[in-house]
Design a protein around this ligand. Structure first.
Ligand code: MG
Length: 257
């Protein structure tokens, strides 16, 4: 082998053993603020209620504005609700029983205000008892628990016989209490059990007293909650059979969620 061939062979071996230069792949783009921002769909514009008068937001379904009970009917007969509308409020008329909305609802935010009369009498569950039934099945208790003890899972704002409120934020008899209730309807399995429980948050007088609670089933006075497959349902206001002076409601509105 002459010197020229030796040189070519050596250069070839060196080239074969050399480390290849890294390939120049494209790199991810650097993040910019706009990459994690989205602009559509824009939420609808809603005019909130007036703080001074506590009126309903512009997209709410007004269930009672102090004038009439046109949105309600008797649970017992399906006829006119029969409670007493006066002075911008509605007072329970116990002879007519429960009333319920004519419409049925899925998930919602519900606002209502209620007051037990200043001269209320009675004790424990027999003192200003009423209730708000969600989808007609699950009761958020209404009761005068101002200086009035009862079983805790039957207190004001409890999910009756299921969940005690985390605080007693009652105003005195003769003063208005405010409920804001956020309710998410359940999802059912085919066999009628809950796939996702109904959920409820109760805010009384600005304080969360039940926080995103998984409702266990229907409200039962005797026995434990039952799971009953259902669809949309009404809001029912309870006319309780206790002999104490009837309570009043005002300013009831609902926003479907
Ligand atoms: Mg009740």
């Amino acid at each position: 082998m002459n010197n020229r061939l030796i040189l070519i062979s050596a250069l070839s071996l060196m080239a074969a053993g050399a480390v290849a230069a890294p390939k120049d792949y494209p790199q991810p783009e650097g993040m910019r603020p706009g990459m994690s921002e989205y602009w559509t769909p824009q939420p609808k514009v809603v005019t909130p209620g007036d703080i001074a008068t506590n009126s309903a937001p512009s997209d709410a379904i007004v269930l009672f504005d102090g004038k009439n009970l046109d949105a309600w009917k008797s649970s017992r007969t399906g006829e006119a609700a029969g409670w007493d509308v006066h002075d911008g409020v509605v007072t329970v008329n116990k002879s007519h029983g429960d009333i319920q909305t004519k419409d049925n609802f899925d998930s919602f935010q519900l606002h209502l205000e209620w007051m037990v009369p200043e001269n209320i009498h009675g004790e424990s569950q027999g003192r200003g008892n009423s209730g708000v039934f969600l989808q007609g099945l699950y009761e958020v208790q209404v009761l005068d628990c101002y200086d009035n003890e009862t079983y805790v899972n039957g207190m004001t704002g409890s999910i009756y016989k299921q969940k005690a409120p985390t605080a007693n934020v009652m105003r005195k008899p003769g003063e208005w209490n405010v409920y804001d209730i956020i309710y998410t309807s359940p999802v059912f399995n085919e066999d009628g059990t809950y796939k996702v429980h109904p959920k409820v948050t109760v805010i009384q007088n600005g304080c969360v007293i039940v926080n995103n609670y998984d409702i266990q089933g229907t409200t039962e006075y005797v026995g434990f909650p039952r799971v009953v497959k259902h669809g949309d349902g009404p809001i029912i206001l309870q006319s309780h059979g206790d002999p104490s002076e009837p309570i009043s409601f005002r300013n009831i509105w609902l926003r479907p969620l």
